[in-house]
Design a protein around this ligand. Structure first.
Ligand code: ADP
Ligand code: MG
Length: 300
């Protein structure tokens, strides 16, 4: 924790949460038999079935799989934006609801959702304002966070004066305002062009290295998942299950050169094949329609 907002500062201001016994030694996320069925009676969708996943402190875990396989639903369950209909999910050893109340995590979505009439600094400070942090502390933190996402000097601009990639960095800074132990990101770079996306991947890698925050990251992009992650969770469609978990043993910090290494290509192929095998398993054969869908969804 070098550049990030200081945990000491957070402790002095926020109402002290009551940590579960030995919370620090527990995994950050523990999902056991988690299922989610939307709707009731006649029309219902089984979005997730029997998800078992344990995520340790400081990990970067990506969820990848075809559209509609339940990636966002799983992320939303971790973030307590929706509840599982079966199984158990713990964040920092406590119910997701409690973790949310304790501000244990920040969230970043595909659209940065910034307030246009507020300056960049004021956008980052918004959650701190709501929590009653004083002006000095807010200013100190937003300055730290702007430095962290390499937007020093942009605090007084407005979001519309920034590029898409810069706006998303503001959203990341805001999500980090409470120095969360867990950052949940749902296709945060999905709307950006390929070049910007690659740059953002490098930025996020740096932020992750500096803060040590545990990250759960939903993506459609195999290269992005491999480049960023310590583990990639490959999900299957209908209903969403964990099909395979692939360890990404590329050395860190990862740089532009990482994408040129033989091991990187091997891992990209491994994830792609896991996704394809998964498609085949649906009905036993990988037909043209499956191939077209895989291509359309950018999975290959
Ligand atoms: P992904 O993020 O992998 O594309 P989602 O988690 O958004 O998938 O959706 C998983 C499945 O659950 C899909 O079939 C989707 O239509 C369904 N679903 C998601 N949210 C809702 C909802 N609020 N009500 C009903 N069905 C939903
Ligand atoms: Mg989604």
């Amino acid at each position: 924790m070098t550049d990030g907002p200081s945990a000491a500062g957070a402790a002095s201001q926020r109402p002290s949460p009551s940590p579960a016994p030995a919370a620090s030694t527990r995994p950050v996320v523990e999902a056991r038999g988690v299922g989610k069925v939307f709707g009731d009676g006649g029309a219902h969708v089984t979005a997730l079935e029997d998800i078992a996943l344990t995520i340790g402190a400081g990990e970067f875990v990506s969820l990848i799989g075809p559209s509609g396989c339940g990636k966002s639903t799983l992320l939303r369950i971790i973030g307590d934006l929706t509840s599982p209909t079966s199984g158990e999910l713990l964040v920092n050893g406590k119910a997701a609801r409690q973790a949310r109340l304790d501000r244990d995590y920040g969230m970043v979505f595909q659209a940065p959702v910034l307030m246009e009439w507020r300056t960049v600094a004021k956008n980052i400070e918004l959650p701190l304002e709501i929590m009653g942090f004083d002006k000095t502390e807010r200013g100190r933190r937003s300055a730290d966070l702007l430095r962290l996402v390499e937007l020093e000097g942009f605090g007084e601009r407005h979001p519309w004066q920034l590029s898409g990639g810069m706006q998303q960095r503001v959203a990341i800074a805001r999500a980090l305002a409470f120095d969360p132990k867990l950052l949940l990101m749902d296709e945060p770079f999905g709307a950006l062009d390929e070049m910007t996306r690659e740059r953002m991947n490098l930025e996020l890698m740096k932020i992750w290295m500096r803060t040590g925050t545990t990250i759960v990251f939903v993506t459609h992009s195999i290269p992005e998942a491999v480049f960023l992650s310590s583990r990639v969770v490959v999900m299957s469609a209908r209903p969403g299950r964990v099909a395979r978990i692939i360890d990404i043993d590329l050395p860190t910090p990862r740089t532009v050169d990482t994408r040129e290494t033989a091991r990187y290509f091997q891992l990209v192929t491994e994830v792609r094949e896991a996704l394809r095998r998964n498609e085949q398993d649906e009905d036993g054969v990988l037909d043209e329609a499956d191939e077209a869908r895989i291509r359309a969804e950018g999975l290959a």
